[in-house]
Structures are given as structure tokens and as C-alpha cells.
Design a protein around this ligand. Sequence first.
Ligand code: AOF
Ligand code: ZN
Length: 365
Amino acid sequence: MAQAIRLAKQGLRTTHPNPRVGCVLVKDGQVIGSGFHKVAGEGHAEVNALANAAADVTGSTAYVTLEPCSHQGKTPPCADALIKAGVACVVFGMQDPNPEVAGRGLAKLRDAGIEVIGPVLETECRALNPGFIKRMEEGLPFVRVKLAMSLDGRTAMESGESQWITGPEARLDVQRLRAQSSAIVTGIGSVIMDDPSMTVRIDAQDQLCKPDQVRQPLRVIMDTALSVPPEAKILYPTNQVCVFFDEEEAEPEHVALLTQKGVALRPLPLGEDGRLDLVEAMGQLADEGINEVLVETGAELAGAFLLAGLVDELVVYMAPKLLGSEARPLLRLPIENMAEAVNLDLVDVRKIGADLKLVYVPNYD
Ligand code: AOF
Ligand code: ZN
């Protein structure tokens, strides 16, 4: 199963909207085939493992990180393929949370007389697909907020100048985070201040992420009054971008101009706080197959995501710099006393170049 998990990780950046899945076939103590799911619409892990098996798979054991599917999606059911191939035993990592499957794959295998064992290494198998699982279970994507700050918790100078706080290694790490995300979300403030492209740019020399593995994520702008300049870099290419906005506040001429350029404009209701309803926006993205969202934005919108209870993970890159007390704070959170403080659990720390990468999970209880 550990080997199947390693294989699944090879699909980290390409399987969207599908989950990352790996499969290993073992017979007489030998690995006779292995595979992983690479791209939606193409072979699932089990089918790829069966296809490249070096020996007769009859009587073998299949180790799969996710329950084999039982439904006809873009590809035929893997449970049927395993039955037809004469596999004797299936060891699975976790049940498929997709309601189309949800145990029916395992039932199909058992009904065909196959021994079914699992879940095995379930925590590790679930960790492969936080976004797919959350989307299937809660109708929301897994939201990761990336922040870059100085030791004194500042993200930009008072003027807005912010290039660069962290070093090249940390910035490359952010590119990899983008590459594994289905969508990147930013706010109009960041678009106007920095004119970012928000695309994935991976160097051909990168050892961890190969340029041919990169799928460009959807770029999403939260822009209540629809004030994104038509020449903003983030809008191009226009087929991978969408803008959430409030129809009442937008200038009709601007709506027409952006529409004519091919930008997908998405009217959104306002929440109780009079701002775009982030929960509704994330729900809509999940309905469209968005598994993992990376929020790369300023203090205001990042704070709003946190207050809305939408954040699953905070990734903070901390640079060994002091930007001083006039510089901009990490998050805008209207907190007045200690009892209102947002508590976080630190789940990972590592050094990246000269910076620290800190991963936190908000503790909403
Ligand atoms: C598996 N093995 O490797 C994957 C599975 O449209 P399709 O045919 O690609 O089906 C997508 C669904 O199949 C996906 O939502 C999930 O439930 C399951 N993914 N299942 O047995 C795999 N990628
Ligand atoms: Zn399948």
C-alpha cells in the first residue's frame, strides 16, 4: 500500500477533478504490475496496473489506495476490470466518498467472490486527496491560504511594496502549491496592487515538479464592484479565469467590455456582512469539480476566508526580515480580546532556503 501511495503522488498535479490513486498488483510475493491515475478521462490506477502487468494476473492481490469504482464515468468500472482479470484479493486504502461509488465497488468485488481487505493505511490514503474528499463529503473545496510574512508578521510595506519578502526557494515552493491546486483565488486589492499573473511557472530544472506535469489552475478573482482593469495580467488567457462580483455595483459598460474579451463573469449574492458570499462562491466552485483552492491574497480577503470558517490550512512562509511597525499586517481580523483569538494547530515546520514554512490548521471549535 505504501508503494501504491507513492505511485498515486505522481498524479498530484494532473488528476483534477479526479482523485489521486495508485495501484500495485502482487503475485507470489512479487510485484507484477503497478499504475496510477494520471489524467481524468484516461485510465484509472487499476486499469493502468492491469495493462502493464508483466505476468498473468489471475490469482493476484491488488493494493489500491481508493476503493475501485463501480460506476460508468468517463471510463468503465474498475471493479469489473479486476473481476474480469481474475484478481483474487483486493486491499483498499479508503472507501470512495463519491456517492456514485460509496461502497458499491467493494460490494461488487465481494459478490464476485473476491476477498476484500481494508481500509489499510487509511490516514495516509485520505491525505492524498483532501480536496476530492471534502468536495464529495461537504460540497466545498479544501481551502489552503498562503501567506508570506516577515518575522514581525508584516506582508508589505505601508506603500504596498512587497517584492520580495521571501526568498527564491520559498517562491518556487508556492509555484508547486499552485500546480497542485484546482483553482487560485485572489482579491481585487491584490490584482490592482501587484498585477500578478497567478499562473504556474515551473523551471525546467525543477527536480520535484516537471513542467509536463503542470496543469494551469483556474484563476478566480473576488471583485465586488467589478473594478478589475481589462488589461490586468491575471485575465489572460481568458479561458482559465472567472470573476465573482456583485451585479448591482458593477458598471454595465465594464460588464460588457470584459464579457466581450471572453472573461467569465459570475454574479454572486452578498453575505450578511455586505461582502461577496465566500461560502456560496466556494460551493459553486466545488460543484464544478474544484478540489483544492489556493488563496493568495491580501490581509482583508484572507481574513474574510478565515472568519467564514472556510480555511482548512494556512501555509505561512516566514522570512528572516523585520519590516517595521508601519508595514502591513498579515490578516485583517476584527478581534478585541483574547477570548476571540483564532486558535491554530501547527502541523508542519520546515526550512526552505532562508525562510521557514509553517503549516497551520485552524481550530474552529
Ligand atoms: C478508481 N481508480 O484511479 C480513480 C477513481 O469519470 P471517471 O470514469 O474517470 O470516474 C471518476 C470517478 O472515479 C471519481 O469521481 C472517483 O469516484 C473514481 N476515481 N476510481 O477506482 C482511480 N481515479
Ligand atoms: Zn475506477
